[in-house]
Design a binder for this molecule. Structure first.
Ligand code: PLP
Length: 230
């Protein structure tokens, strides 16, 4: 089933790119493997998956131990400062930085462990109270502050759009994130680039791509519905 699901998602990505006049090579599919056991990740690997997204540090580290180190990992979930030290050097990108305090902790631990970390700033475009992320109006100030941290490099923005019945309802959110990234890029801030736009999940990745996503995070659409055991 993973194989068929993956083929469908890849086809949908290509179609969305074609509609938007974009090159599918610009879009990275992050296979979100949270809550799935290692055996399912291996199945995905057999279908060619090399990029996984996880939302819990401990769970990700356990999976990494059992899998080859050729894989690329993305931390997409809310990150607690006391977990940062375990994450350094273990992920390609941290998608969920939404405060200066968290960025400072990453900077401190990265320096201590002799690494540097690429991050995205998580924006709560829809201003949902239940979600993490900073508001659009606070974003530039946060970016300017984090840019001064030498072991942390901002590569773009991320958002989690609301769960909606019709993905078209989220189009404005994705367009707003794209606009914010252009506004920030135009400021030419040292140690900041805006190449990555991480937006779109199973329900709405096609609309997100039409609005400029360069990374889509798809879990259910590849692995099927998650079962939570705890
Ligand atoms: C779980 C999760 C996803 C994937 O969600 P699906 O709807 O299963 O595709 C994407 N991004 C984040 C931040 C997540 O926590």
């Amino acid at each position: 089933m993973i194989k068929e699901n993956l083929a469908l998602v890849q086809e949908n990505i290509e179609k969305a790119c074609r509609r938007a006049g974009r090159d599918p090579k610009e879009v990275t599919l992050i296979t979100v493997s949270k809550t799935n056991p290692v055996v399912r990740l291996k199945e995905a690997m057999d279908c060619g998956v090399t990029v996984f997204g996880e939302n819990k540090v401990q769970e990700m580290l356990e999976k990494q131990e059992e899998l080859p180190d050729t894989l690329q990992w993305h931390m997409i979930g809310h990150l607690q400062r006391n977990k940062v030290k375990y994450l350094m050097g273990k992920v390609a990108l941290i998608h969920s930085v939404d405060s200066l305090r968290l960025a400072e902790e990453i900077n401190k631990e990265a320096a201590k462990q002799g690494t540097e970390e690429d991050i995205l700033i998580e924006i709560n475009v829809a201003q949902e109270e239940s979600k993490f992320g900073i508001s659009i109006t606070e974003a530039i100030e946060l970016v300017e502050s984090i840019a001064k941290l030498p072991h942390v490099h901002i590569k773009g923005l991320m958002t989690i759009a609301p769960f909606v019945d019709d993905p078209e309802e989220n189009r404005g959110i994705f367009a707003a994130l794209k606009k914010l990234s252009v506004d920030i890029a135009e400021k030419n801030i040292d140690n900041v680039n805006m190449h990555v736009l991480s937006m779109g999940m199973t329900n709405d990745y096609q609309v997100a791509i039409e609005e400029g996503a360069t990374m889509v995070r798809v879990g259910t659409g590849i692995f099927g519905r998650r079962t939570y055991t705890s």
